[in-house]
Every structure is written in structure tokens, then in C-alpha cells.
Design a protein around this ligand. Structure first.
Ligand SMILES: Nc1nc2c(ncn2[C@@H]2O[C@H](COP(=O)(O)OP(=O)(O)OP(=O)(O)O)[C@@H](O)[C@H]2O)c(=O)[nH]1
Ligand SMILES: [Mg+2]
Length: 465
């Protein structure tokens, strides 16, 4: 069935120098030609690929906007079909009017993500690359862009593809396994393709088993990147809590390196959870200033406390702020008790919250006897002064400790960056590890080995296609 030609505004709507509309599909040149009047080129259907043309977009013979169109024939376009990029003036009116003309001429208006999907369905990119492409506009830091761009260019896909080829190599060598999901042959027709082993080599059961074992190790190492990659695409929630007046908002400002959170000497200044984005060495975090937790009769404050508890339940990381200048109080205790129980009520047991207790106002004389209050449960990681900045860098180092290995990012490193990829590859690893032991015990039973290969292929190919 012939695909419909689609059109979408691919720049954000708002004031700006230019606005871009992309028209993709078999009729894109014909459609744009009916509304484009070139200064030199008379018929856009004769346009050369990778050339730009200057002219007007016209409606009933009247110019709507002056534009430059960029023509990319099927072989050159990222969607894998004829693509016309109309560059018009920025701002809301000019862009919308130009799109209306193109739609009136026969294109179907779509969300810009649909263009990425065309690229996928036309085998220009695979699913992982499409996921990376859609994440890039949301990237929060330079590090995020770097990691995602590498995955878009195939770092993760080619790594997984090599694993697939190694499994297929075992398959060529011994009793052939039916190809999965009716997809025959290798994973060749995508953007990234490799020549896999075609030689008719015969591997022994022991060799097949040892290859499969080494693939499991590779998969395990790859899966360890998910904690970093998923925090790149979904910034971790970092909640700041502590009794009223402990210095939570001041600490947020110190981490933000600016004065955004309202601070005051009166306890209870912050009543709503306020969130901001921070970057620590390129790692993005959503940092949330909470109202603290305490028993109160004040209705507005009570709602604030309720909201704080909700935020704490959803946290990835929690900083508990203790006040060095005051003796420990019942409120500190209540908070500790609440936080201790957080993981118990979680449906997803694999999602554990990390706690970072800090002693603030270290610049003031110490009146806090914390050990009597909390023992070793929440050993403070550092003493800080949110007011003058002492100890903040130590706190930051602690917050990014689990990403340390990845922040020194080696270009083109394969990184798992979505839960979907993580789930598929975890299944692949689980199914192979489940089978390897029995296969060893049964002296490399070829049926079992085939099962391992089949399961591995099912899950791994699923992660990429
Ligand atoms: N000396 C000293 N004062 C601090 C420090 N951190 C915060 N303060 C002061 O403590 C007071 C309370 O600070 P906030 O940051 O508003 O405290 P909070 O925990 O957000 O308070 P609530 O929003 O009321 O729960 C302010 O007067 C701050 O200037 C510190 O490290 N040293
Ligand atoms: Mg506050």
C-alpha cells in the first residue's frame, strides 16, 4: 500500500528566526510543488537532491511567505523517502500558514515524532536509534546529548548486533534453530549491517556453551550501564527533607548555585514542594524542596506535609538535613522513622531509595547529638554549611558516586537508556543464565543449547527491532 505523504512543523512554535516544516512521502515533491513558486526553478519535481531552492509559498497566487526549500530524495533523506524541508520565517503565523498550504495541497498533518517513525519503518534506523532520536530534544545537559547522539549513531545497536551475530554463529555451526518471529536471515537490512560468519564451521557443544557463557557476561556488563543511561533520559528525583528551619531551601540554592528557593528564619517558610533541575558533572537531577514533616494543626502546612510524604515515596535519592545548631528533636525522629519504612511499602522492590544524611549549619556551634537519635542507621555523609558553601562539593560527589564510572564517558560507549531496552536485555540474560547450568550438567545437551540460543535471540532481537 502506498504510504501517505506527511507534513509536520519540526521547530518549536514561538518567536524565532526560522520555522521548518518537513514534508515526507512519495508525493512530497508533487504536493509542495503545487504551492511553491521558485524564483528560478519552475517545477520542484525536477529538483536535484541535496539542493536548496529559493521562492514563495503561495495560496491562490498570493505569496504567504518567502521560503527556502531543501530537497532530499529518498536515498539521501533520514526518513528513507522523498523529503522536502520548507524553511520559512519564524513566529507562529508564517509557519502555521505555510503548513496549512501544504496540508491543503494533500499532505497529512502529523506530530514531528511521526517523521522519526517513518525512518524506522523504512529501515533507516532501528528501534533503539529511534528512541535515542526522540530523547535528544529532551536532553538536559551536554553529557546527555553526547550519550544519546552516540546511541542514535548506533553504539548500542551495533554492540547488540554483534551479540546476535555471535549467537547466530553458534547456530550456523550446529543444529540449525528456526529463525525467530518469522524473520529469516540476519539482522541486515537496517542502517547498521555487518557481515556475519557464513563459513560452515562446526563447533563442538563445549565451544557453543563457552561462547554462550561469554555472551552472558557481556550482557551483564551492558546491563550495568542502565542505571546511568536511564538517569540520563529520566533525571533522578532528589528530595531535600529535614525539620523546619534546618536549611533545606538554603541547601537547594547552594546546589542550584543561585537564589531561587525562598529562605527565612521563621520555620515553615516552604509550604509547597518546589522542583528545579540541577546538573552535577553533567548528571541531571530534579531537585525538590519539601516542606519538611511535622505534626501540625495549620491546614495549609498540613497539606504541605502531605505533599512532602508523597514526594519522599517517589524519591530516587533523599538528602536529610539535620541542624547542627539545635539539639535533636522529636521531629527529626519522626522523619527518620518515616524514611526507614519507605522501601517496605514499594511495589517495585528493585527500586531502592538512597539516603544522604547531612549536618547543616556546621559553621555554628554544635548542639546536635545525632548519634543518640539515629545510631548508625543514617550515618551522616558530611558536615556542610549551606550558607557559606562548605562541604557542598563533597555532598555532590556522594550524589553522583554511583555514576562515577560512566561520567568519564568514553565516546561511542554502548549505553542502555530506556526501561524497555533494560527489560528485554534482562530477560535475555535471565533466560540464558537459567539454561547454562543444566546444559553443563547434561554434558552440553544440544536441545538445551538450542533453547538457550533461541531464547537469547528472541529477547535480544526484540530489544533492537
Ligand atoms: N549559619 C547558618 N545558617 C543557615 C545555614 N543554612 C541555612 N541557614 C539559615 O537558617 C534559616 C532557615 O533556612 P531555610 O533554608 O529557610 O530553612 P528550611 O529548612 O528551608 O525551612 P522551612 O522551609 O521553614 O522548613 C535561614 O535564616 C538561613 O539563612 C547554614 O549553613 N549556616
Ligand atoms: Mg524552606
Amino acid at each position: 500500500m502506498k504510504k501517505k505523504t506527511i507534513a509536520s512543523i519540526t521547530t518549536p512554535i514561538g518567536e524565532g528566526g526560522i520555522g521548518v516544516i518537513q514534508v515526507s512521502g512519495p508525493d512530497s515533491l508533487r504536493i509542495v510543488n503545487t504551492v511553491f513558486k521558485g524564483k528560478k526553478l519552475k517545477d520542484l519535481r525536477n529538483a536535484e537532491s541535496k539542493r536548496i531552492y529559493y521562492g514563495d509559498i503561495c495560496l491562490n497566487g498570493t505569496a504567504v511567505d518567502e521560503v527556502i526549500v531543501n530537497v532530499l530524495r529518498e536515498k539521501d533523506s533520514f526518513t528513507g523517502e522523498d523529503l522536502v524541508e520548507v524553511n520559512c520565517h519564524g513566529g507562529i503565523r508564517a509557519v502555521k500558514k505555510t503548513l496549512e498550504c501544504v496540508v491543503a495541497a494533500g499532505a497529512k498533518e502529523v506530530h514531528w515524532k511521526e517523521l522519526a517513525n517513518r525512518s524506522l519503518t523504512n529501515n533507516k534506523i532501528d528501534l533503539i536509534q529511534e528512541e535515542a532520536l526522540l530523547e535528544i530534544p529532551k536532553a538536559k545537559t551536554k553529557l546527555c546529548v553526547k550519550v544519546l547522539l552516540d546511541q542514535y549513531n548506533g553504539a548500542l545497536s551495533s554492540f547488540i548486533q554483534k551479540i546476535i551475530e555471535e549467537v547466530e554463529y553458534c547456530e550456523n555451526a550446529k543444529a540449525p534453530v528456526e529463525h525467530i518471529n518469522g524473520k529469516s536471515g540476519h539482522y541486515h537490512d537496517k542502517k547498521l549491517s555487518f557481515d556475519s560468519a557464513q563459513d560452515d564451521v562446526t563447533l563442538s557443544g563445549v565451544e557453543v556453551l563457552s561462547t554462550l557463557k561469554s555472551l552472558s557476561i557481556k550482557l551483564r556488563k551492558l546491563l550495568a550501564t542502565a542505571v546511568f543511561g536511564c538517569a540520563i533520559t529520566t533525571p533522578q528525583k532528589l528530595i531535600i527533607t529535614g525539620k523546619p528551619n534546618a536549611g533545606k531551601s538554603t541547601l537547594i540554592n547552594a546546589l542550584l548555585k543561585e537564589d531561587r528557593s525562598i529562605t527565612h528564619k521563621e520555620p515553615g517558610t516552604t509550604r509547597d514542594a518546589v522542583d528545579e533541575l540541577i546538573s552535577i558533572n553533567g548528571m541531571p537531577f530534579t531537585i525538590i524542596d519539601t516542606a519538611g514533616i511535622r505534626e501540625t494543626d495549620h491546614e495549609v502546612e498540613r497539606l504541605g506535609v502531605q505533599e512532602s510524604k508523597k514526594q519522599l515515596r517517589q524519591a530516587d535519592k533523599i538528602i536529610i538535613v539535620f541542624d547542627n545548631s539545635k539539639p535533636a528533636e522529636r521531629e527529626d525522629n519522626e522523619l527518620i522513622e518515616f524514611i526507614e519504612k519507605l522501601d517496605l511499602h514499594k511495589a517495585d522492590k528493585s527500586h531502592k531509595v538512597s539516603i544522604f544524611p547531612v549536618i547543616n549549619k556546621a559553621d555554628l556551634p554544635c548542639k546536635l547529638n545525632l548519634s543518640a537519635l539515629i545510631g548508625d542507621t543514617f550515618k551522616p555523609i558530611c558536615q556542610i554549611s549551606a550558607l557559606n558553601g562548605d562541604g557542598i562539593s563533597t555532598l555532590e560527589e556522594n550524589l553522583i558516586f554511583e555514576f562515577k564510572e560512566f561520567i568519564k564517558y568514553t565516546p561511542e560507549r554502548p549505553i542502555i537508556f530506556t526501561r524497555r531496552q533494560q527489560e528485554f536485555l534482562s530477560k535475555a540474560l535471565y533466560s540464558s543464565e537459567q539454561c547454562i547450568k543444566p546444559a553443563e550438567e547434561t554434558k552440553n545437551d544440544s536441545n538445551l543449547l538450542n533453547d538457550i540460543k533461541q531464547n537469547l535471540l528472541d529477547c535480544i532481537v526484540g530489544s533492537i527491532l
